[in-house]
Design a protein around this ligand. Structure first.
Ligand SMILES: Nc1ncnc2c1ncn2[C@@H]1O[C@H](COP(=O)(O)OP(=O)(O)OP(=O)(O)O)[C@@H](O)[C@H]1O
Length: 276
Protein backbone atom coordinates (compact mmCIF):
# COMPACT_ATOMS: atom_id res chain seq x y z
CA UNK A 1 0.00 0.00 0.00
CA UNK A 2 1.39 3.46 -0.87
CA UNK A 3 2.20 5.91 1.91
CA UNK A 4 -0.57 8.21 0.67
CA UNK A 5 -3.08 5.38 0.91
CA UNK A 6 -1.85 4.71 4.45
CA UNK A 7 -2.05 8.41 5.24
CA UNK A 8 -5.59 8.61 3.86
CA UNK A 9 -6.67 5.99 6.38
CA UNK A 10 -5.43 8.07 9.28
CA UNK A 11 -8.13 10.06 11.00
CA UNK A 12 -8.02 12.88 13.49
CA UNK A 13 -9.82 11.47 16.54
CA UNK A 14 -10.95 14.90 17.78
CA UNK A 15 -12.80 15.62 14.54
CA UNK A 16 -14.25 12.11 14.44
CA UNK A 17 -15.91 12.86 17.78
CA UNK A 18 -17.19 16.35 16.82
CA UNK A 19 -20.83 16.93 15.95
CA UNK A 20 -22.04 17.58 12.40
CA UNK A 21 -22.27 21.36 12.13
CA UNK A 22 -23.40 21.69 8.53
CA UNK A 23 -25.71 19.01 7.18
CA UNK A 24 -26.53 19.13 3.45
CA UNK A 25 -29.12 16.51 2.48
CA UNK A 26 -30.18 15.80 -1.08
CA UNK A 27 -29.58 19.43 -2.07
CA UNK A 28 -29.92 20.34 -5.73
CA UNK A 29 -30.26 23.59 -7.64
CA UNK A 30 -31.89 24.24 -10.98
CA UNK A 31 -31.85 27.82 -12.20
CA UNK A 32 -34.85 29.09 -14.17
CA UNK A 33 -36.65 25.79 -13.58
CA UNK A 34 -39.42 25.10 -16.06
CA UNK A 35 -38.23 27.71 -18.56
CA UNK A 36 -36.18 27.41 -21.75
CA UNK A 37 -33.21 28.88 -19.83
CA UNK A 38 -33.31 26.03 -17.29
CA UNK A 39 -29.83 25.07 -16.00
CA UNK A 40 -29.30 22.26 -13.54
CA UNK A 41 -26.26 23.58 -11.62
CA UNK A 42 -26.17 21.11 -8.72
CA UNK A 43 -27.56 17.56 -8.80
CA UNK A 44 -29.03 16.28 -5.51
CA UNK A 45 -26.04 15.76 -3.22
CA UNK A 46 -25.34 15.25 0.47
CA UNK A 47 -22.42 15.95 2.79
CA UNK A 48 -21.68 17.09 6.32
CA UNK A 49 -19.07 19.36 7.90
CA UNK A 50 -18.15 18.74 11.52
CA UNK A 51 -17.77 21.49 14.11
CA UNK A 52 -14.30 22.99 13.79
CA UNK A 53 -13.53 21.19 10.54
CA UNK A 54 -11.99 22.84 7.46
CA UNK A 55 -13.53 21.35 4.31
CA UNK A 56 -12.50 22.22 0.75
CA UNK A 57 -14.95 21.89 -2.13
CA UNK A 58 -12.91 21.11 -5.25
CA UNK A 59 -14.18 20.73 -8.80
CA UNK A 60 -13.88 21.79 -12.42
CA UNK A 61 -14.99 25.23 -13.54
CA UNK A 62 -18.75 25.65 -13.75
CA UNK A 63 -19.57 22.48 -11.78
CA UNK A 64 -21.71 24.33 -9.24
CA UNK A 65 -19.25 24.95 -6.37
CA UNK A 66 -20.26 28.59 -5.84
CA UNK A 67 -23.93 27.68 -6.14
CA UNK A 68 -23.54 25.08 -3.38
CA UNK A 69 -21.64 27.56 -1.18
CA UNK A 70 -24.27 30.28 -1.71
CA UNK A 71 -26.97 27.81 -0.65
CA UNK A 72 -25.02 26.99 2.56
CA UNK A 73 -24.77 30.77 3.12
CA UNK A 74 -28.56 30.98 2.84
CA UNK A 75 -28.13 33.47 -0.01
CA UNK A 76 -29.62 31.12 -2.60
CA UNK A 77 -32.47 28.68 -1.95
CA UNK A 78 -32.07 25.01 -2.93
CA UNK A 79 -34.53 23.71 -5.53
CA UNK A 80 -34.63 20.46 -3.59
CA UNK A 81 -33.23 19.02 -0.37
CA UNK A 82 -32.48 20.60 2.98
CA UNK A 83 -29.58 22.32 4.74
CA UNK A 84 -29.13 22.60 8.51
CA UNK A 85 -26.45 24.59 10.32
CA UNK A 86 -25.76 24.09 14.02
CA UNK A 87 -28.87 21.93 14.35
CA UNK A 88 -31.31 24.44 12.78
CA UNK A 89 -32.88 24.27 9.34
CA UNK A 90 -31.46 27.01 7.13
CA UNK A 91 -34.23 29.22 5.76
CA UNK A 92 -32.44 32.59 5.51
CA UNK A 93 -28.90 34.01 5.78
CA UNK A 94 -27.46 33.66 9.29
CA UNK A 95 -25.83 36.52 11.17
CA UNK A 96 -23.25 34.03 12.48
CA UNK A 97 -21.94 33.11 9.01
CA UNK A 98 -18.89 35.00 7.69
CA UNK A 99 -18.13 35.09 3.96
CA UNK A 100 -15.12 35.83 1.75
CA UNK A 101 -15.23 36.17 -2.02
CA UNK A 102 -12.57 36.33 -4.75
CA UNK A 103 -13.03 40.11 -4.81
CA UNK A 104 -12.41 41.57 -1.34
CA UNK A 105 -15.10 44.25 -2.05
CA UNK A 106 -13.68 46.87 0.32
CA UNK A 107 -15.23 50.31 0.56
CA UNK A 108 -12.65 52.56 -1.18
CA UNK A 109 -13.28 55.62 1.00
CA UNK A 110 -12.83 53.77 4.29
CA UNK A 111 -9.59 52.85 6.08
CA UNK A 112 -8.48 49.24 6.54
CA UNK A 113 -9.70 49.33 10.15
CA UNK A 114 -13.12 50.76 9.20
CA UNK A 115 -13.44 48.19 6.42
CA UNK A 116 -12.82 45.40 8.94
CA UNK A 117 -15.53 46.86 11.17
CA UNK A 118 -17.99 47.28 8.32
CA UNK A 119 -20.08 44.12 8.41
CA UNK A 120 -20.11 41.93 5.34
CA UNK A 121 -21.79 38.72 6.27
CA UNK A 122 -24.50 36.50 4.90
CA UNK A 123 -27.03 38.45 6.98
CA UNK A 124 -25.61 41.94 6.86
CA UNK A 125 -26.35 43.87 10.03
CA UNK A 126 -25.89 47.12 8.10
CA UNK A 127 -24.04 49.15 10.70
CA UNK A 128 -20.60 48.51 12.13
CA UNK A 129 -20.21 47.86 15.84
CA UNK A 130 -18.34 50.69 17.54
CA UNK A 131 -17.91 49.23 21.03
CA UNK A 132 -14.34 49.27 22.24
CA UNK A 133 -14.06 45.47 22.49
CA UNK A 134 -14.98 44.99 18.80
CA UNK A 135 -12.67 47.83 17.75
CA UNK A 136 -9.81 46.34 19.75
CA UNK A 137 -10.51 42.93 18.19
CA UNK A 138 -10.41 44.46 14.68
CA UNK A 139 -7.05 46.12 15.43
CA UNK A 140 -5.62 42.87 16.84
CA UNK A 141 -6.80 40.92 13.78
CA UNK A 142 -5.09 43.43 11.45
CA UNK A 143 -1.87 43.07 13.46
CA UNK A 144 -2.16 39.26 13.35
CA UNK A 145 -2.40 39.22 9.53
CA UNK A 146 0.68 41.44 9.25
CA UNK A 147 -1.01 44.82 8.71
CA UNK A 148 0.40 46.58 11.75
CA UNK A 149 1.00 50.17 10.64
CA UNK A 150 -1.62 49.97 7.86
CA UNK A 151 -4.82 50.36 9.92
CA UNK A 152 -5.42 53.87 8.54
CA UNK A 153 -4.57 53.06 4.89
CA UNK A 154 -7.30 53.17 2.22
CA UNK A 155 -7.73 50.13 -0.09
CA UNK A 156 -5.99 51.92 -3.02
CA UNK A 157 -2.90 52.26 -0.82
CA UNK A 158 -2.80 48.49 -0.24
CA UNK A 159 -1.65 45.62 -2.50
CA UNK A 160 -4.08 42.88 -3.64
CA UNK A 161 -2.76 40.50 -0.95
CA UNK A 162 -3.10 43.19 1.72
CA UNK A 163 -6.70 43.86 0.66
CA UNK A 164 -7.51 40.15 1.03
CA UNK A 165 -5.87 40.22 4.49
CA UNK A 166 -8.33 43.00 5.40
CA UNK A 167 -11.17 40.83 4.04
CA UNK A 168 -10.04 37.88 6.24
CA UNK A 169 -10.15 40.17 9.29
CA UNK A 170 -13.60 41.45 8.28
CA UNK A 171 -14.88 37.88 7.94
CA UNK A 172 -13.59 37.05 11.46
CA UNK A 173 -14.21 40.23 13.46
CA UNK A 174 -17.80 39.40 14.46
CA UNK A 175 -16.63 35.94 15.52
CA UNK A 176 -18.63 33.86 13.03
CA UNK A 177 -19.23 30.21 13.87
CA UNK A 178 -19.09 29.31 10.16
CA UNK A 179 -16.68 30.75 7.59
CA UNK A 180 -17.54 30.35 3.89
CA UNK A 181 -14.91 31.23 1.28
CA UNK A 182 -15.39 31.30 -2.48
CA UNK A 183 -11.98 31.13 -4.22
CA UNK A 184 -10.75 34.07 -2.13
CA UNK A 185 -7.17 33.94 -3.45
CA UNK A 186 -7.64 32.94 -7.09
CA UNK A 187 -7.01 36.47 -8.42
CA UNK A 188 -3.63 36.71 -6.66
CA UNK A 189 -0.20 35.81 -8.08
CA UNK A 190 1.29 32.47 -7.00
CA UNK A 191 3.67 33.87 -4.36
CA UNK A 192 1.01 36.08 -2.75
CA UNK A 193 -1.44 33.16 -2.87
CA UNK A 194 1.00 30.96 -0.92
CA UNK A 195 1.44 33.76 1.61
CA UNK A 196 -2.33 34.14 1.94
CA UNK A 197 -2.77 30.40 2.47
CA UNK A 198 -0.27 30.66 5.33
CA UNK A 199 -2.10 33.68 6.79
CA UNK A 200 -5.46 31.92 6.51
CA UNK A 201 -4.07 28.75 8.12
CA UNK A 202 -2.58 30.74 11.00
CA UNK A 203 -5.86 32.62 11.54
CA UNK A 204 -7.93 29.46 11.29
CA UNK A 205 -5.69 27.59 13.73
CA UNK A 206 -6.01 30.53 16.14
CA UNK A 207 -9.78 31.10 15.79
CA UNK A 208 -10.84 27.57 14.80
CA UNK A 209 -14.13 28.23 12.99
CA UNK A 210 -15.97 25.62 10.97
CA UNK A 211 -14.95 26.40 7.39
CA UNK A 212 -16.05 25.57 3.84
CA UNK A 213 -13.62 26.72 1.15
CA UNK A 214 -14.32 26.59 -2.61
CA UNK A 215 -11.32 26.23 -4.89
CA UNK A 216 -10.23 24.68 -8.17
CA UNK A 217 -6.63 24.47 -6.97
CA UNK A 218 -5.82 20.91 -5.88
CA UNK A 219 -2.69 21.97 -3.93
CA UNK A 220 -4.55 24.74 -2.12
CA UNK A 221 -7.31 22.29 -1.11
CA UNK A 222 -4.82 19.70 0.19
CA UNK A 223 -2.75 22.29 2.03
CA UNK A 224 -5.69 23.93 3.79
CA UNK A 225 -8.29 21.27 4.42
CA UNK A 226 -9.07 18.48 6.86
CA UNK A 227 -11.28 16.97 4.15
CA UNK A 228 -11.56 17.53 0.41
CA UNK A 229 -14.88 16.99 -1.35
CA UNK A 230 -14.56 16.51 -5.11
CA UNK A 231 -17.46 17.50 -7.36
CA UNK A 232 -18.45 16.02 -10.72
CA UNK A 233 -18.96 18.20 -13.77
CA UNK A 234 -22.22 20.15 -13.95
CA UNK A 235 -24.70 19.30 -12.64
CA UNK A 236 -22.25 18.97 -9.75
CA UNK A 237 -22.51 16.41 -6.99
CA UNK A 238 -19.95 15.13 -4.49
CA UNK A 239 -18.16 12.11 -5.98
CA UNK A 240 -15.22 11.78 -3.57
CA UNK A 241 -14.66 12.65 0.09
CA UNK A 242 -11.09 12.27 1.31
CA UNK A 243 -9.48 13.08 4.61
CA UNK A 244 -6.18 14.97 4.61
CA UNK A 245 -3.93 13.53 7.30
CA UNK A 246 -1.29 16.21 7.87
CA UNK A 247 -1.01 17.46 11.44
CA UNK A 248 -1.34 21.14 12.27
CA UNK A 249 0.16 23.65 12.35
CA UNK A 250 1.09 23.14 8.70
CA UNK A 251 3.90 24.96 6.96
CA UNK A 252 4.19 25.41 3.20
CA UNK A 253 7.02 22.84 3.22
CA UNK A 254 4.46 20.01 3.49
CA UNK A 255 3.86 20.71 -0.21
CA UNK A 256 7.27 19.14 -0.90
CA UNK A 257 6.46 15.84 0.82
CA UNK A 258 5.82 12.59 -1.03
CA UNK A 259 2.48 12.06 0.73
CA UNK A 260 1.25 15.53 -0.20
CA UNK A 261 2.11 15.00 -3.85
CA UNK A 262 0.58 11.51 -3.89
CA UNK A 263 -2.69 12.87 -2.53
CA UNK A 264 -2.61 15.67 -5.13
CA UNK A 265 -1.95 13.06 -7.85
CA UNK A 266 -4.90 10.98 -6.63
CA UNK A 267 -7.18 14.04 -6.71
CA UNK A 268 -5.84 15.17 -10.10
CA UNK A 269 -6.64 11.74 -11.59
CA UNK A 270 -10.17 11.98 -10.12
CA UNK A 271 -10.73 15.43 -11.58
CA UNK A 272 -9.29 14.56 -15.00
CA UNK A 273 -11.66 11.63 -15.26
CA UNK A 274 -14.45 13.37 -13.46
CA UNK A 275 -17.80 12.01 -14.63
CA UNK A 276 -20.83 14.06 -15.61
N1 LIG B 1 -28.00 33.04 -11.33
C1 LIG B 1 -27.83 32.10 -12.25
N2 LIG B 1 -28.73 31.91 -13.23
C2 LIG B 1 -28.58 30.93 -14.14
N3 LIG B 1 -27.52 30.08 -14.17
C3 LIG B 1 -26.59 30.23 -13.25
C4 LIG B 1 -26.67 31.23 -12.22
N4 LIG B 1 -25.59 31.13 -11.42
C5 LIG B 1 -24.85 30.12 -11.91
N5 LIG B 1 -25.45 29.57 -13.00
C6 LIG B 1 -24.97 28.43 -13.77
O1 LIG B 1 -24.78 27.35 -12.89
C7 LIG B 1 -23.63 26.60 -13.23
C8 LIG B 1 -22.72 26.48 -12.03
O2 LIG B 1 -22.18 27.79 -11.74
P1 LIG B 1 -21.25 28.04 -10.47
O3 LIG B 1 -20.82 29.46 -10.51
O4 LIG B 1 -21.93 27.56 -9.26
O5 LIG B 1 -20.00 27.07 -10.78
P2 LIG B 1 -18.52 27.05 -10.17
O6 LIG B 1 -18.15 25.61 -10.04
O7 LIG B 1 -18.45 27.89 -8.96
O8 LIG B 1 -17.68 27.72 -11.35
P3 LIG B 1 -16.25 28.47 -11.36
O9 LIG B 1 -15.26 27.51 -10.74
O10 LIG B 1 -15.98 28.70 -12.80
O11 LIG B 1 -16.42 29.72 -10.55
C9 LIG B 1 -22.99 27.31 -14.43
O12 LIG B 1 -23.38 26.63 -15.61
C10 LIG B 1 -23.60 28.69 -14.39
O13 LIG B 1 -23.73 29.23 -15.67
Amino acid sequence: MSSAATALRLVRPALEAAADYVVVEGVGKTYNEGTRQQVEAVAPTSFTVKAGEFVALLGPSGCGKSTLLMMVAGLDAPSRGTIAVNGRALTAPRAETGIMFQDPTLLPWKSALDNVLFPFRAADRGTPATDSATMARAATLLDQVGLKGFHGHKPRQLSGGMRQRVAICRALVYEPDLLLMDEPFSALDAITRDEMNLVLMKMWEEHHRTALFVTHSIREAVYLADRVLVMSRRPGRIIEDIRIPFPRPRGLEIGESVEFNEICGHLRAKIQHVPH
